[in-house]
Design a protein around this ligand. Structure first.
Ligand SMILES: NC(=O)c1ccc[n+]([C@@H]2O[C@H](COP(=O)([O-])OP(=O)(O)OC[C@H]3O[C@@H](n4cnc5c(N)ncnc54)[C@H](OP(=O)(O)O)[C@@H]3O)[C@@H](O)[C@H]2O)c1
Length: 172
């Protein structure tokens, strides 16, 4: 299965700003449009329980959701939502017969684990020209994706404010 990460970060590497869980409060209209188009193109999303708690009412209904949690038995039964405490490999294998690709929508803990386990094929990272100072940190190292064996496939400026979209692809 092809695994794609999507994230929007501040210039200093944060997925959120302070205690506000909503990245939409500081991301650009162009990033929102790009994210929406990726959500529409995919039929399977994978995320952590914190991201799901925040995003559940805004995610498109057509897609199956996999939500990682250590407390599967305590989770509500929601159609189209599959909670798992299994390994990422097992979860991906479970859905591989019916899905050829999956969009990983966060948060930081899920991105890190999947990258460390070499399960990611590509990443779309929007960098907004804002400094958030605090929040949920994704990364603050310069060559984060390169250090996992990715190369920058393309870099596009999305607007006059300087929002940049980077597309990283795992080197073959
Ligand atoms: N800017 C962006 O693009 C972007 C993208 C995504 C998310 N976000 C924001 O980031 C915040 C959440 O990020 P986060 O990193 O704190 O949390 P997260 O990754 O969304 O969720 C963490 C939770 O996932 C579960 N989990 C993680 N690894 C697991 C594993 N191996 N097995 C089973 N369960 C596992 C655990 O849930 P349990 O506690 O239930 O065990 C853990 O507490 C939210 O505010 C969200 O809005 C921003």
């Amino acid at each position: 299965m092809k695994i794609t990460i999507v994230a929007a970060i501040s210039e200093d590497g944060f997925l959120t700003k302070g205690t506000n869980p909503n990245p939409g409060d500081w991301t650009s209209a162009e990033d929102k449009g790009f994210y929406k188009s990726l959500l529409e193109k995919h039929n399977l999303y994978l995320m952590g329980s914190k991201t799901f708690s925040f995003a559940k009412n805004t995610l498109p209904s057509h897609a199956q959701k996999i939500v990682m949690s250590h407390n599967v038995s305590e989770q509500p039964n929601i159609p189209g939502v599959y909670y798992s405490d299994k390994s990422f490999e097992d979860v991906i294998a479970k859905f591989s017969d019916n899905y050829s690709q999956s969009l990983v929508i966060g948060g930081a803990s899920i991105y890190h684990q999947m990258l460390e386990q070499n399960l990611v094929d590509e990443a779309y990272i929007t960098i907004e020209p804002v400094i958030n100072h605090t929040g949920v940190l994704f990364y603050n190292s310069k060559n984060y994706f390169e250090n996992f064996g990715f190369e920058l496939e393309s870099k596009k400026t999305l607007n006059a404010k300087g929002t940049v979209l980077k597309h990283f692809v795992l080197k073959k």
